[in-house]
Design a protein around this ligand. Structure first.
Ligand code: SAM
Length: 326
């Protein structure tokens, strides 16, 4: 398929970005994301590597050229490197990134980079071992720190860190100072993200609280994002190697700049994170020549994309992010 014209929705947003969830399974149980243990779907109901490649081929054909692999925890897929290699071989692919909790990244950053992965976002809600373990239901912060260093050594760039701001977070002053110290030493980009209302955990901490605390510690210089325009506003702390950023889906929604679609590990195409609407791709994916049909369904999802999440959110609650793909 040749390079397509940009895919523009009903309110003029250019949709060029697709997040694909590779699995609902996760080896952590973060308080705001995966509070219950949910039965994973049988393998026949989960996207295969062939399905993912066919989705990407269809997406590229209609103008979507940037992809993120997420989950669940994508590193639980043993075929992750093979998927990455097949995706990066597709003509027209402009960006391929991964979101991971970093628990197993130290041993796989190099093989992922060699397969063609370009960059990585690592979730790390606290630098304090006890707090991290409490938030994640037993995660090992040392493993994430080793994964972060392995990602830098492997040349994955930029390396971004996601810190979710939820109301029960143990984000005390020392923790913010510790993240500030990290970006001063290492070329990483720490983004504080207001928790979106999933499951029963609707409380969020406003990003402005974090910025106020950071301002008391450092001079904040607004800078462009490490890879162009995204929803985050970034700051350098004095002459720090890295940056801090804030993402404000609750206190200052950025729907007017939304450029993405999502596909769950069960093959549901979602026009908006908050919308209950979805288009089931699995039947089309199992056809003999699925790409044209999938391309048509992607175009349909873009046409159905709501202008604002407030127009579609049901009781302001979305399903757990490990199901949809964060
Ligand atoms: N397992 C991987 C990880 O932990 O990064 C990928 C999946 S996780 C669902 C993707 C991202 O979504 C993580 O950075 C996570 O912190 C974020 N996330 C999950 N629930 C969220 C919520 N309610 N609000 C904001 N971000 C959330």
């Amino acid at each position: 398929m040749s390079a397509a014209t940009p895919l523009v929705d009903s309110v003029g947003r250019c949709i060029d970005y697709l997040r694909i969830s590779l699995t609902e399974r996760c080896d952590l149980h973060c308080a705001y994301c995966h509070p219950g243990r949910r039965t994973a779907p049988p393998a026949r109901d989960v996207l295969t590597a062939d399905d993912i490649v066919n989705i990407a081929r269809a997406a590229l054909g209609v103008g979507i050229c940037r992809f993120r692999l997420t989950g669940g925890e994508p590193l639980l897929r043993e075929d992750l490197e093979a998927i990455v290699a097949r995706l990066t071989a597709l003509p027209g692919l402009a960006d391929l990134s991964l979101t991971t909790n970093g628990q197993q990244l130290a041993g796989r950053a190099q093989s992922l980079a060699e397969a063609g992965l370009m960059r990585v976002n690592i979730s790390l809600d606290s630098l304090d071992a006890e707090a991290y373990s409490a938030i994640t239901g037993g995660g090992n912060v040392g493993a994430v720190r080793r994964g972060l260093e392995a990602a830098l050594v492997a040349g994955l760039s930029p390396v971004k860190i996601n810190v979710v701001l939820f109301s029960g977070a143990v984000l005390e002053r020392d923790d913010i100072a510790a993240f500030a110290e990290l970006v001063q030493r290492r070329p990483v980009h720490v983004r504080f993200i207001e928790a979106m209302p999933t499951c029963d955990h609707v409380g969020y901490l406003a990003a402005s609280v974090v910025l106020d605390r950071l301002r008391r510690l450092h001079n904040l210089l607004p800078v462009p994002g490490p890879n162009g325009a995204g929803p985050a506003q970034y700051y350098r702390l004095g002459d720090s190697s890295g940056t801090v950023g804030v993402i404000t889906p609750i206190s200052s929604p950025f729907c007017s700049r939304c450029n993405r679609l999502r596909i769950t590990a069960r093959g549901e195409l979602k026009p908006c994170l908050f919308s209950p609407a979805s288009i089931h791709l699995l039947p089309a994916l199992r056809e003999a020549d699925p790409v044209p049909h999938i391309a048509a369904l992607i175009t349909e999802a873009v046409a159905a994309k709501p202008p604002r999440y407030g127009d579609v959110a049901e009781a302001s609650v979305i399903r757990a992010m490990h199901v949809i793909g964060g």
